[in-house]
Design a protein around this ligand. Structure first.
Ligand SMILES: Cc1cc2nc3c(=O)[nH]c(=O)nc-3n(C[C@H](O)[C@H](O)[C@H](O)COP(=O)(O)O)c2cc1C
Length: 208
């Protein structure tokens, strides 16, 4: 049964553009057939705790005897198992202060584990080749190229580290209703293009 893991991190509610786009991708995935399903994780509604112990970054055999507390170990097991069980992942990563939300970074600190999900002393990469679609939205234009501050670290961690096949989709000028100079018509065009792109991706991402 092909499973899409849909992760959202926007703190915006019904108005969130990144959620609108991850939702569209999930809809296109589900439209492929009854056997297709979506598992949703909302990092804003249920934020994982920030890293409190470096032992979290390593599997037990590489912790040098350090012991990870049971609650953290259980959550890490749950988050990694959820990711490993997904055929494809879509991640809503809106721009907050020139990068992605800290809740998403906290999630990354749970799932990027050398020797488990990423290579370290062995070429461990159980997610190699699996698709990950990163969806970002920002209020301003992207004339300063700052979307790259959202995408670059996620490409490194999920692409280079976990070996996933990373795609990026973005929409800017989302504050156009409040700031006329941002041009609401251009904002609407960008959103429409992003929705077209994720419909294509949702309908075509490989489902193993
Ligand atoms: C805490 C916070 C920080 C933000 N920082 C930026 C920023 O650095 N650059 C920008 O263009 N927009 C910024 N914005 C605007 C958001 O990127 C914009 O509202 C975007 O649509 C958020 O994604 P969402 O619609 O999925 O919630 C910020 C918004 C918030 C709430």
């Amino acid at each position: 049964m092909p499973v899409l893991l849909r992760i959202d991190s926007s703190a915006g509610g019904a108005d969130s553009r990144s959620r609108r786009i991850t939702d569209e991708l999930a809809g296109a995935w589900l439209a492929r057939g009854e056997e297709f399903s979506v598992v949703a994780r909302d990092l804003n509604a249920s934020p994982p705790p920030h890293l409190g112990d470096t032992a979290q970054h390593w599997p037990e055999r590489l912790r040098g005897g350090a012991v990870l507390d049971a609650g953290t170990a259980a959550l890490q097991g749950e988050l990694i198992a959820e990711l490993l069980a997904a055929d494809a992942v879509v991640i809503g990563a809106p721009m907050y202060n020139y990068t992605f939300p800290s809740t998403l970074k906290a999630w990354l600190d749970f799932v990027h584990v050398p020797g488990v999900t990423a290579p370290f002393d062995e070429p461990t990469q159980p997610l190699a080749g699996r698709p990950a679609v990163i969806v970002s939205a920002r209020g301003a234009t992207d004339d300063d190229g700052a979307f790259e501050h959202v995408f670059a670290p996620l490409r490194l961690a999920l692409g280079d580290g976990l070996g996933m096949d990373v795609h990026v989709v973005s929409t800017s000028r989302t504050l156009a209703d409040a700031v006329p100079d941002l041009d609401a018509a251009l904002a609407a065009e960008e959103l429409a293009r992003a929705l077209d792109r994720v419909r294509e991706l949702g309908a075509s991402l490989p489902a193993t």
